[in-house]
Unconditional design. Structure first.
Length: 215
């Protein structure tokens, strides 16, 4: 059965991005360190058109997570371009380059309408202005029976948890203290959902924890 799942790297003190994000440092000060474990993997590098890399206990997990994905959902900050209306003279095409790594439809949550952006490699960004539930309806339809991945950031994941839309939460916990930034679980409204641990995979520089979201 198709799942709605999320995988995200988090520091030991609960941050998914460091303080003071900017165009130069979109993940904030120190935030790039959260993803060093995956950038080193040969499987990740191949999927991004790069050479080299290593094989660790994270490799098979990465390959499982990226298989069977039919659509993605992400927030405006993860797509990029800053707040406010989109620039007509110089529209932002995302952090992801001319050929993004998603290779599926991607539904971007935003308050400002924009025509779909089709890029190379099968990735088309669709801009959704009527909320996360509407984005997920469209993503499920586009996925055609495959899984939908919630890419982030923290606010988008919190909205999915609060609305009971998430089936599986995959946390990649990095032994790093950022001391500030964006917390993954900072603003959950109401009663937090219950989680059931389903898997733990220790690997160099990261521990992977998978949880089922109970309803």
């Amino acid at each position: 059965m198709a799942q709605v799942r999320c995988g995200i790297s988090m520091s030991l003190d609960g941050y998914v991005a460091g303080p003071d994000p900017s165009i130069e440092q979109p993940l904030g000060v120190g935030g790039e360190q959260l993803h060093e474990w995956v950038v080193k993997l040969a499987a990740w590098r191949t999927s991004h058109g790069r050479e080299g890399g290593e094989t660790t206990a994270s490799s098979a997990l990465f390959e499982r997570r990226t298989a069977g994905v039919g659509a993605h959902v992400m927030g405006r900050n993860m797509f990029g371009g800053g707040p406010g209306p989109w620039s007509e003279q110089d529209p932002w095409n995302g952090w992801w380059g001319a050929e993004p790594p998603f290779h599926t439809p991607v539904f971007v949550l935003t308050h400002h309408a924009r025509e779909p952006l089709e890029l190379e490699g099968g990735t088309t960004f669709h801009f959704v202005t009527d909320g996360v539930e509407a984005a997920l309806v469209r993503a499920r339809e586009a996925a055609g029976g495959d899984d939908v991945v919630i890419g982030g950031g923290a606010e988008t994941i919190q909205q999915c948890l609060a609305a009971g839309l998430l089936d599986e939460l995959q946390l990649d916990v990095v032994p790093l203290l950022l001391g500030g930034g964006t917390r993954l679980f900072g603003e959950l409204d109401g009663s937090p959902p219950q989680l059931e641990q389903t898997d733990v995979v220790p690997a160099p520089g990261v521990t992977h924890i998978s949880c089922r979201v109970m309803r």
